[in-house]
Design a protein around this ligand. Sequence first.
Ligand SMILES: Cc1ncc(COP(=O)(O)O)c(C=O)c1O
Length: 476
Amino acid sequence: MAGTTYPAVRTELPGPRSRQLLERLDRVLISSLTDHDEVPFVEARKSDWVIDDVDGNTFADHVSAWGTTQLGATPRAVLRAVAEAQARYGMEITDYIPNEPELELAELLVRIAPPGLSRVAVGVSGTLVVEGGVKLAREATGRPMILTFYGQYHGEGTYLTAGVSTDLAEVTTQHAQYVAGLVFTPYPNAFRAPFHRGAAGPFDDAMYLDYLEDWVLVHQVEPEQIAGVLIEPVLGEGGVLIPSPPFWARLQGLCRRWGWKLILDEVQTGMGRCGRMFAAERYAIEPDIMLLGKGFAGGGAPIGAILGTEEVMGSSDLHLGGTFAWTPAAAAGAIASIEGLLADDGAALANARAIEAAAHEELDPLVERFEQVGDVRASGALIGIEFVRDRASLDPAPAFHRAVHLQALRRGVLGITQWGKWVYRLQPALTMPLDLFRWSCARIAEAVEEVAASPPPEPPSLLERGAPVEGGARRR
Ligand SMILES: Cc1ncc(COP(=O)(O)O)c(C=O)c1O
């Protein structure tokens, strides 16, 4: 990025104009993701990978609209395609009145999808395509239960909020939805494994499936009652966990043995985020149903999709989709975005893989240098840094994490944080120039150094943090 001006923060945060606007905002809007002390500014504009606030500060954007703008914040070709289709068709209910952008996008999806996925259903958002995927698995098998994993996130629908469990205490304090039909088992976590072979034996992912087979399928649910397995190929919101290839091989063996449909939630990992078009490709997963959202919109207009095999979807009788599903403008934007991801022999995907390598080069050394940096994980441009209190206990350190986030922010780097979590995430555009990415990692390293010099006190425990607090559900 020769000659580029790096992001810079010139005022206190929030700056004076942001402070005024935030006060007004608080009088009318409720916000569920963050409090303003976590993102203490009001955005004025974005371009590519830099956010400007209303006070003239600039930040390197490692949020990318929560992992949706794969080609940068303002991808010209996508925005042009959206505007042209919007001008030509206006709003349209695609489910009722077919149109060419819909057809073109469906055909394109089937061409790039993992083998066997030959059918497409339209969707609006991640939440709704997850609900659709679950319905399809039930319809195809005539069975009631869905097997899913602790720590996953599937959106804010009432039904699947029950499947959230990203961190029950954190996300759903006092509002957990308990619904029938879901069975949980732990998501593979090599860093914080609840299982060990022998007294302190080695860890391997297969133990998670031993537990599933020896306990869950014996004591909790009969395998013949399970319609599908709902799983993220890399755990996103839950802290960037990457299961091993043997885990996938064995899980798919179980799916075949018991007739479970594998419902792969690629809402966060799909469209190049993990360095290949789909994480399924990278980790050799063969889903029966695959769910797309977020980056599928490519920074254009909201859109989601369900892909499935002929067997699962070929004669489906379900009503899926919704009024705003696949408007021609959103479909045109998604086509342009996929074309952008494929352009120049997949240069954007190659850059995401280079970002992964750079993340390890720049951030892995922090694990040696600071005992609060427990682990660095990356799959393409989906990166997590896990903070712990100390090496011996590996207890989570949410306060340390938050302090690092704030220090990085003061240095012009905006990552993804949420109070109560202890994995700091970076999800830059797949096309972020490597030198800006490395520059951001250097600022994060400075932030860690500063916080480690005087670590903040940590809250007592997850459950105590999640306990009811006076005056509402926010946990501080
Ligand atoms: C894996 C996964 N599934 C589903 C969703 C829900 O998507 P949406 O927010 O578009 O409803 C998310 C959102 O973060 C997600 O990460």
